[in-house]
Design a protein around this ligand. Structure first.
Ligand code: AMP
Ligand code: ZN
Ligand code: FE
Ligand code: FE
Length: 271
């Protein structure tokens, strides 16, 4: 049976598998299709494209952008954009600058609490975020676990957290469209479902919504499938695989079928 996992991360953001290792894992996991959705970067693709060709895996372009809508965080998946399109490339570069500045503020706050981390220790290729800071805090013995780092210090709203400047959900969707892609609302069940805010998020000009996610039980998918039907949105799905960072979530535990894959992905990837 054809299965395609459309949500996974590599070492280019906060996953533990390299792009090539991820493609290999997709192959051994019996997946026929894949989209890599690293946070704010498409850096995995130059390595992943030839690896996928070699192993006969269908690869679509993907990315997961962090965005802000009315002061709250919204993750937006971009699919089927033209690889290397300047609109996406420039936006990714702006995100990397944003992250350097934001991470600097978090490191300052940690330093004031006598948990120094040198900025150089963080620098590596790709997207650097709070998971990397949390891991260094564990390595240095400041906290017992990544979870503790988030719960006590760097989680949303905690004492060493800083949102930094962000890019709006509206601009993010525009950039994905400018690059020929389709914008999907990621893991809607993780958004604050209580108030009117989510209703406003659902008014944004998305092309689709991620209804199948990780180990989300099917009864919890229903609300989002209904919204997709009402709005005539496409439906996506994926595991949000991060490797060792989230060991309880295996690649391919959530997926889309062949027809859905081909409805979302129409671009031919370069050889
Ligand atoms: P950043 O994009 O740098 O702000 O980091 C956000 C990432 O940190 C998310 O994508 C999650 O993978 C991770 N994260 C956020 N909150 C927590 C938490 N409470 N515990 C563990 N990981 C978290
Ligand atoms: Zn992540
Ligand atoms: Fe996300
Ligand atoms: Fe993700």
């Amino acid at each position: 049976m054809f299965r395609a996992d459309l949500h996974c991360h590599t070492t280019c953001s906060d996953g533990s598998y390299s792009p090539v290792a991820l493609v290999e894992l997709a192959c051994t996991s019996g997946l026929a299709g894949l989209a890599i959705t690293d946070h704010d970067t498409a850096d995995a693709y130059p390595e992943a494209v030839p690896a996928a060709k070699e192993r006969g895996i269908l690869l679509g372009t993907g990315i997961e952008f962090s965005s802000i809508y009315l002061d709250k965080s919204v993750h937006i998946l971009g699919y089927d954009y033209v690889l290397g399109h300047p609109a996406i490339a420039q936006f990714c570069s702006n995100h990397q600058k944003r992250r350097v500045e934001r991470n600097r503020i978090i490191l300052d706050k940690l330093r004031r609490l006598r948990m120094p981390i040198d900025e150089q220790e963080l620098s590596k290729q790709g997207t650097i975020g709070r998971p990397h800071i949390a891991q260094l805090m564990v390595n240095k013995g400041y906290v017992g676990s990544v979870k503790e780092a988030f719960n006590l210090f760097i989680g949303d709203g905690k004492c060493c957290y800083d949102q930094g400047m962000g890019f709006s959900a509206t601009e993010t969707i525009e950039v994905i469209h400018a690059a020929g892609g389709k914008a999907f609302l990621a893991h809607p069940h993780l958004l604050d479902e209580g108030g009117k805010w989510i209703q406003k998020v659902l008014q944004l000009p998305f092309d689709g919504i991620e209804c199948h996610y990780a180990r989300l039980p099917s009864e919890k998918e229903k609300r989002w499938l209904k919204i997709a039907a009402q709005k005539n949105w496409l439906i996506s799905g994926g595991s949000d695989f991060h490797g060792a960072v989230k060991p309880q979530i295996p690649l391919g535990c959530s997926w889309v079928d062949e027809a859905t894959f081909h409805t979302i992905f129409t671009q031919n990837l370069p050889t």
